[in-house]
Design a protein around this ligand. Structure first.
Ligand SMILES: [Zn+2]
Length: 388
């Protein structure tokens, strides 16, 4: 575990703690319950100088991304296609139509690349399954630092939801800029801190996301790497409460860039203030959920999300009350979590759900849709208090 003592955007040591998260469980932990599978103390820090938000402790990749435990796949994630289309639209506004080489860094699979009609496509990711042959995409299982980008000479670099996992984002971007041409365009997407807290997605502060970027810290980060912003926009399809997409390139005297950038710039003091007031709302919501759980004779969860251990962590009473979590993805039936005792994932059709039973949404990505679905399908009482 690495204790982070400086801001990874501006290198200042003026860090302030926004929130302590003692014994925060790991997320993405499908598997057989293991009482020795421990949580780790964590805290969310903000840089008083530039407002960047980051975790105080970075756990090693061997703990965060065990091949056996890590279950994330883009293709399995239902809301992903809308989000990727929106990202593609953003890219289309500035990408050269004659582009012949494109690389996706940390792309997990070819879902994003398949949206582009470009002759030379590359995918580099350390978590790639080696046995999959992707035909028109050259795959490289590994880290981008280990490959010769100069040889690939990409005209476009894509990096969606990866930068927040990287310990040293400044060095990462600097290296990319060094190894690519002046004309290379970079398109990144990351969860947006402000959107996340406004959506009360405090469950999405978790060990795997070292960084919580926002337009202000992205601007600072790119300036410090001697890059210039080409454009920046929010992605209308939320993940972790909301994402921000940004395009940039190496600063150049010859090639003039018109920056399309109208997103709000915030001070660290303002960000701290909104974090505190939004966290207060989140705590109240969790209190309401706990009271409701106490009152209900039997409660099922709905949505076997990767972040469920963190959602339960914040609610407190949930793990004692909820023993079955429903999920419409049949391949998850029979799953359990390594760090939640006596909890089973199953399909609702295996249960007799009667009036008086309760259902709590346990996946926060699509609360309104799930709420409607539950009401339509079950006689059970659904916890209504989510104001998200
Ligand atoms: Zn800073």
């Amino acid at each position: 575990m690495r204790n982070v003592n400086e801001c990874k955007v501006c290198q200042s040591e003026l860090l302030d703690t926004l929130l302590e998260l003692p014994n925060l469980p790991l997320s993405e932990t499908y598997g057989i319950y293991d009482p020795n599978f421990k949580g780790f103390d964590q805290a969310i820090d903000i840089c008083s100088l530039c407002g960047h938000v980051q975790l105080a402790f970075q756990l090693p990749p061997s703990v965060l991304y065990n091949d056996v435990d890590y279950n994330y796949s883009t293709a399995n994630s239902s809301s992903t296609s809308k989000r990727f289309n929106s990202f593609k639209e953003f890219i289309g506004q500035t990408m050269n139509r004659q582009t012949i080489s494109i690389i996706d860094i940390g792309g997990n699979d070819i879902t994003l690349l398949s949206l582009f009609d470009v002759p030379n496509k590359y995918l580099v990711d350390p978590s790639l399954a080696v046995h999959i042959d992707y035909q028109d995409v050259q795959t490289i299982k590994g880290f981008v630092e280990d490959i010769d980008l100069g040889q690939i000479a990409p005209q476009v670099v894509l990096c969606s939801h990866t930068l927040e996992h990287i310990a040293e984002p400044r060095e990462f971007i600097q290296k990319l800029l060094e190894n690519c041409a002046e004309t290379t365009l970079f398109y990144f997407e990351v969860p947006c801190f402000e959107k996340q807290i406004n959506a009360l997605r405090f469950d999405a502060f978790f060990h795997q996301h070292f960084h919580y970027f926002h337009p202000t810290s992205i601007k600072k980060l790119l300036e410090s790497c001697n890059a210039e912003i080409v454009s920046m926009q929010y992605n209308a399809y939320p993940t972790c409460g909301g994402a921000v997409m940004f395009a940039f390139k190496k600063k150049s005297i010859e090639i003039k860039t018109t920056t399309q950038f109208t997103l709000p710039i915030q001070t660290a003091a303002n960000l701290k203030k909104s974090f505190r007031s939004e966290y207060e709302k989140f705590s109240q919501l969790n209190n309401q959920i706990s009271l409701w759980l106490d009152k209900m004779p039997r409660v099922y969860g709905y949505g076997a999300s990767l972040l469920l251990p963190v959602i339960f962590y914040h609610i407190g009473a949930a793990a004692q009350k909820i023993k079955i979590v429903f999920d419409d993805n049949h391949s998850k039936a029979g799953f359990s979590y390594k760090n939640i005792p006596n909890l089973k994932v199953d399909t609702p059709s295996n249960y007799q759900i009667v009036e008086g039973d309760g259902i709590l949404i346990t996946s926060y990505e699509n609360i309104p849709t799930l709420k409607q679905l539950i009401k339509r399908r079950f006689v059970a009482e659904c916890f209504e208090g989510f104001d998200i």
